[in-house]
Design a protein around this ligand. Structure first.
Ligand code: AMP
Length: 386
């Protein structure tokens, strides 16, 4: 899917200078304050990356990609680390599948990125999600929003949870997405809408919305949607899934038009998102993605000489790109067929002494139950056709 959208893979390192995250995510964010795994070595402090956007931007600047390719469309896949209390859907080591588009502020890029995220969910056969969208505007608009929250929540501060009382001083926008019931009530009374957006950011947001509508992508505008990290500007979005319980975010993303310059690069617009792979797995209806299992051929041999022949068949099928596996436990035919069933094998190849003498194998279609005898040399062609 990433190839279809013309993205290239980038593999940022798992370890980064801790200061990269402090500078980009923001000193007062939860991730930096409470969730980074730090490694001290002599004078240096490294962090196990809590996310990859900052790393991708660092790599983009260090490798002068702005000069060589300018506009970059990059995706990544790998483990992230956050010191959180583990629960269903929340792990200390989890995996992101994400992407970043660096080099443009065009609202149509936002539309492409959201449509890519949706295309991925469709490719994984995940349904039942909803897209929430908002614009938090440029840094000046964020300041205006923060001041508005100061004015409107000043009298209610004591009633907020401990975290939000702290956020009121250090990171006011985060009060908007607090899960605590009292804070939610206080926030529900606020009338925010797009009142803090300047005319340029308002226009940008309208064009993003129009672009999504043009593609028939359904979303809800949630004026209270903010993201947990400081670097976000303008468009922010979240994919939520009701089947996930309290950790209902499948993935999220947004624009970060000031981050490249903040990390020492040129002034360039950028946007990205990340899905949590474990949550994608929880939400996918079969509990697993369509892996090779759906097309697996399981080779069963009965006896020593048949096993030697089976090894040659496996080698040939695999060289032909056909996913196959075999039974190394010397199970009975019944036991091996049960194993093939557990693995959801599409076909089973059976090779016993009789077949060996006749110079054939039995090819069984596991969905129809039909079977036929076939020469081993014809197997690869036959299976490649299905
Ligand atoms: P974030 O960078 O916090 O916006 O995370 C993006 C996505 O990663 C979330 O929507 C989740 O699907 C996933 N995610 C974040 N933190 C965790 C975690 N501790 N365990 C599992 N998945 C997570």
């Amino acid at each position: 899917m990433f190839s279809a959208f013309n993205f290239q893979e980038i593999r940022p390192p798992v370890l980064e200078d801790a200061s990269l995250f402090t500078r980009s995510l923001g000193e007062s964010t939860e991730v930096v304050q409470k969730q980074m795994f730090l490694i001290r070595r002599e004078e240096d402090v490294y962090a196990l990356r809590p996310e990859a956007t900052a790393s991708v931007v660092r790599a983009y600047i260090e490798n002068n990609l702005d000069k060589t390719s300018g506009f970059a469309k990059l995706y990544y896949l790998g483990p992230m680390f956050r010191a959180e209390r583990p629960q269903k859907g929340r792990l200390r080591q989890f995996h992101h599948l994400g992407c970043e588009v660096i080099g443009s502020g065009n609202p149509l890029v936002d539309v492409e990125v959201v449509s890519l995220a949706e295309a991925l969910l469709k490719a994984f056969s995940i349904s039942g999600y909803r897209i929430e969208l908002n614009s938090i505007g440029c840094p000046e608009d964020k300041k205006k929003l923060s001041e508005k929250l100061h004015k409107e929540l000043k009298k209610a501060v004591r009633a907020l949870c401990d975290d939000c009382q702290r956020r009121f001083e250090t990171n006011r926008l985060r009060i908007l997405d607090c899960k605590n019931e009292t804070c939610k009530d206080a926030v529900a009374k606020l009338d925010i809408g797009d009142s803090c957006l300047c005319s340029e950011c308002g226009e940008h947001f309208s064009r993003v919305r129009a672009g999504l509508e043009n593609l028939g992508i359904r979303y809800e505008w949630n004026p209270h949607l903010v993201r947990g990290l400081d670097y976000y500007t303008r468009t922010v979005f979240e994919f939520k899934h009701s089947g996930l319980g309290s950790q209902d975010a499948l993935g999220a993303g947004g624009r970060y038009d000031t981050l490249v310059a903040d990390l020492g690069g040129p002034r360039l617009g950028a946007i990205g998102f990340a899905f949590g792979i474990e949550r994608l797995l929880l939400a996918s209806s079969q509990g697993e993605f369509d892996g090779p299992q759906g097309k697996l051929t399981y080779v069963i041999s009965l006896g020593e000489e048949p096993a030697r022949q089976a090894a040659l068949i496996l080698k040939e099928l695999r060289m032909a790109g056909i996913a196959c596996d075999t039974d190394y436990e010397s199970r009975s035919l019944k036991g091996a067929l049960r194993r093939a069933n557990d693995l959801k094998a599409r076909y089973v190849v059976i090779l016993g002494q009789d077949e060996l003498h006749k110079g054939v194998v039995v090819l069984k279609d596991m969905s129809s139950g039909q079977q036929k005898e076939i020469k081993p040399s014809e197997l690869a062609r036959e299976l490649a056709e299905v």
